[in-house]
Design a protein around this ligand. Structure first.
Ligand SMILES: NC(=O)c1ccc[n+]([C@@H]2O[C@H](COP(=O)([O-])OP(=O)(O)OC[C@H]3O[C@@H](n4cnc5c(N)ncnc54)[C@H](OP(=O)(O)O)[C@@H]3O)[C@@H](O)[C@H]2O)c1
Length: 340
């Protein structure tokens, strides 16, 4: 069978399509014939070993990339009880984070980073590391869920988002578009930013109440305050990091929440003053994808609401490199998918 592997931490050219043996099946393993995958921003850093921690490509290459994929069960080990042949499944991001609080050993079980990921024609995963996918979704749609979907879900549910509350989402990448869609599903008001007016039109078509172009309106936090009568929003989906955090803290309401998710503007070079967080009594919460319990709760909501994720573009399994380059170009709205 074929799989992609990153042979050394030296960039996208070090990622090759390799011919390898079929995986072996342990008693608790499930063999999945993979049908679709999705890319996340984190995957762009993996080929150069530029990811934060537990980086297999640096410590013990090769690394099979990608955390996110969906497929069909074609065999199960003798002791498997959760799945049967023919089930449609997706991998969970942290193979060992099933529920409760996140701990260090669970961080060391991240697919496509700490351990081999899913960009392979077939994979064998422990039955604990998979979920059933919502029955109305295609494999391509299901493949968008494990990282971006669960991250947005955890962010909004940890904040106990209520109908009528407000969410600010930064940019229109995978996490932010999921946050927009979920927040609308919860009956919340969404303000979303983008560098592109065209993408803001797409966001409005998905239900965004207010849009701000952060290029033409660099002080977008002031616009958020204007739009909320000087109050600020209940929950900020903070994917920008060092370059946006100060403004996000400004855009949140007193006693509101800022969910720290991403570092699109680079790793911290400056520290925002702690005073804003203190005087506004903000909850600033780090988010790291989510557990299997969260994934399953999200899938129930997706199924009941007949929710469909937004796929910007799909690439063939043979053309994975183009998918990486397309994501890196930042032209996408929502998710970039690979199918076979
Ligand atoms: N903590 C976690 O568990 C977790 C999980 C998933 C992702 N993340 C992180 O969250 C971030 C987003 O990930 P993703 O996969 O959604 O990325 P993505 O799909 O590649 O989205 C990138 C988009 O972010 C927007 N953007 C870039 N710079 C921006 C800025 N200065 N201000 C506002 N928006 C900006 C752009 O939107 P426009 O084109 O509309 O301007 C860009 O298209 C990344 O840093 C990623 O590592 C963290």
């Amino acid at each position: 069978m074929k799989r992609y592997q990153i042979n050394s931490p030296s960039g996208l050219d070090a990622m090759q399509l390799a011919e390898v043996d079929e995986p072996t099946l342990g008693p608790f393993d499930v063999m999945v014939d993979m049908k679709a995958w999705s890319l996340n921003y984190r995957d762009l850093g993996m080929p150069s070993g530029g990811y934060y921690r537990n980086d297999k490509v640096k410590k013990n290459p090769p690394l099979v990339p990608l955390s996110d994929g969906a497929g069909e069960v074609i065999a199960v080990g003798d002791s498997v009880t959760r799945f049967k042949v023919g089930d449609r499944v997706a991998g969970i991001f942290f193979q060992n984070w099933l529920g409760g609080e996140l701990s260090d050993p669970q961080i060391s079980s991240a697919l496509g980073g700490a351990i081999d990921g899913l960009l392979s024609e077939r994979v064998a995963l422990h039955e604990d590391g998979l979920v059933h996918t919502p029955s109305h979704l295609s494999f391509a749609e299901s493949a968008t869920l494990p990282c971006a979907g669960v991250t947005a879900w955890q962010t909004l549910t940890l904040g106990h988002l209520q109908p009528g509350q407000s969410v600010l989402a930064l940019g229109t990448g995978g996490v932010s578009v999921f946050a927009l869609q979920f927040a609308k599903m919860f009956g919340a008001r969404v303000i979303i930013t983008s560098s592109s007016d065209e993408k803001l039109t797409q966001a409005r078509a998905l239900g965004a109440n207010d849009t701000i172009n952060y290029k033409t309106c660099p002080n977008w936090h002031e616009r958020v305050l204007e739009l909320t009568n000087g109050v600020g929003v209940d929950n900020v989906i903070e994917v920008g990091g060092a370059g946006t955090l100060e403004k996000s803290l400004n855009a949140a309401r007193t006693s509101g929440r800022v969910s720290l998710i991403g570092v699109l503007t680079g790793m911290p070079a400056q520290n925002p003053s702690p005073m804003m967080t203190l005087f506004k009594r903000l909850t600033v919460q780090g988010i790291y994808v989510g557990s299997r319990d969260m994934f399953e709760a999200m899938n129930r909501a997706i199924e009941v609401n007949q929710f469909h994720p937004v796929i910007d573009r799909t690439f063939a399994f043979e053309d994975v490199r183009s998918a990486y380059q397309y994501l890196g170009g930042g032209k996408h709205f929502g998710k970039v998918v690979i199918e076979r």
